[in-house]
Design a protein. Structure first.
Length: 263
C-alpha cells in the first residue's frame, strides 16, 4: 500500500517479521495465527485501491424517490371528530382481528382458491390495482353492462380481501400492494373497495414496522384527513371509514402526532 493510504487506513492487524516456514504457501489454509495474519495482509495488498460497481440501471425500480412529509393530519370537520372512547374500541377490535389472523394464518393459507382467483405477482402494480379495486373502480367506469345481473364478475368489481388471499401474502407483497393502493388513492376518491383492502393490509403488517411501511401508513393517514375535509356531502359512513384508518395508523401503530384529539 502507498504511504498516503497507510495514514488514512492504519493496519489493525500489523504483521511484523515472524518465523514462517520457508515453504509457506498462502494458498493453503493457515496452520498458525502468524500464517493467518500474513495471508490476510497479502490478500489486502492485492485488492485495488478503487472498486467501481457495475450497476444495470434497467434493474432499478421505477420509483426511487421517497417524499416524506412531517406535517400532521388535518383536523376533522366540525362535528365529525371521533371520540376517544370510539377510537379505543376500534383499536381493541383491530387488535383482535390481527391476533385471529396470525393464529389461523396457516389454516387459511392451505385453503384452495377458486379457479377464477389468480393473484398477481408482487411487482405487478397495475395487476394488483385491478385485482383489489376491480376494473370498474380502477378505470372509473360508471356504466353498468346489460348482463350485470347474471352474477358477480370479480374482475369488474374487484376481489374482496378474503383470508385465503391475504394469508398467502408475505410482508414484501403486503407492503408493495399497500404502496400501490395508496398511490392510486393519492389522486382518486375513497371507495368501499379501497377501504376494505386498506384495513386488511394494515391487519397483515407486522410490527415493528419497516421504515418503508412506516412512511406509507403516515402518508395514508394524511391523505385520509385531506379527503375527509374535502368531503362535501359529509357522508357519515365514508367519514367514519376515514376516521377508522386515521385512528389505526395513529393509535395502534403509535403515530400519535397524527391522532384525532377530541375537544
Amino acid at each position: 500500500m502507498e504511504s498516503g493510504v497507510e495514514e488514512l487506513m492504519p493496519r489493525l492487524l500489523p504483521v511484523g517479521d515472524c518465523d514462517l516456514a520457508e515453504d509457506f504457501d498462502p494458498t493453503v489454509p493457515p496452520r498458525t495465527p502468524q500464517e493467518y495474519l500474513k495471508r490476510v495482509q497479502i490478500e489486502a495488498a492485492r485488492c485495488p485501491d478503487v472498486v467501481v460497481a457495475q450497476i444495470d440501471p434497467r434493474k432499478l425500480k421505477k420509483k426511487q424517490t421517497v417524499n416524506i412529509s412531517i406535517s400532521g393530519c388535518q383536523p376533522a370537520p366540525e362535528g365529525y371528530c371521533p371520540t376517544l372512547k370510539w377510537q379505543q374500541q376500534q383499536v381493541a377490535n383491530f387488535s383482535a382481528v390481527r391476533q385471529s389472523l396470525n393464529k389461523h394464518r396457516n389454516h387459511w393459507r392451505s385453503q384452495h382458491l377458486d379457479s377464477n382467483v389468480t393473484m398477481p405477482k408482487s411487482e405487478d402494480e397495475e395487476g394488483w390495482k385491478k385485482f383489489c379495486l376491480g376494473e370498474r373502480v380502477y378505470s372509473e367506469i360508471d356504466v353498468l353492462s346489460d348482463n350485470e345481473n347474471l352474477g358477480i364478475d370479480y374482475m369488474k368489481v374487484g376481489f374482496p380481501p378474503l383470508l385465503s388471499i391475504v394469508s398467502r401474502m408475505n410482508q414484501a407483497t403486503v407492503t408493495s400492494v399497500l404502496e400501490y393502493l395508496i398511490s392510486w388513492f393519492g389522486e382518486k376518491k375513497f371507495t368501499p373497495e379501497l377501504g376494505r383492502w386498506l384495513y386488511a393490509l394494515l391487519a397483515c403488517l407486522e410490527k415493528p414496522l419497516l421504515p418503508e411501511a412506516h412512511s406509507l401508513i403516515r402518508q395514508l393517514a394524511r391523505r385520509c384527513s385531506e379527503v375527509r375535509v374535502l368531503e362535501e356531502s359529509k357522508n357519515e359512513e365514508q367519514i367514519s371509514a376515514l376516521n377508522l384508518i386515521i385512528c389505526l395508523v395513529s393509535r395502534y401503530f403509535d403515530q400519535r402526532d397524527l391522532a384525532d384529539e377530541p375537544p
